[in-house]
Design a protein around this ligand. Structure first.
Ligand SMILES: [Zn+2]
Length: 68
């Protein structure tokens, strides 16, 4: 079974938070090795970035452990 990581972000403008559950492959496809997660707020359509270690400390830790 594929492990899912929980990414939690919140919009700096309206404070609306979003949670996504993504597998390792989905995270790598979407964000690559970027240290920041790029999000678009579903409420105010503002684009913002937050550090991966804040959005998903678990992924940040795992991806540093397994360097490919
Ligand atoms: Zn917003």
């Amino acid at each position: 079974m594929t492990k899912k990581y929980r990414l939690k972000t919140s919009c700096p403008q309206c404070g609306c938070s979003a949670v996504s559950h993504l597998s390792k492959d989905e995270i790598q496809k979407r964000y690559g090795d970027l240290p920041n997660v790029e999000m678009e707020c579903s409420e105010c359509i503002m684009k913002y970035e937050i550090p991966m270690e804040e959005a998903c400390p678990e992924w940040d830790k795992d991806c540093k452990l397994k360097e490919e």
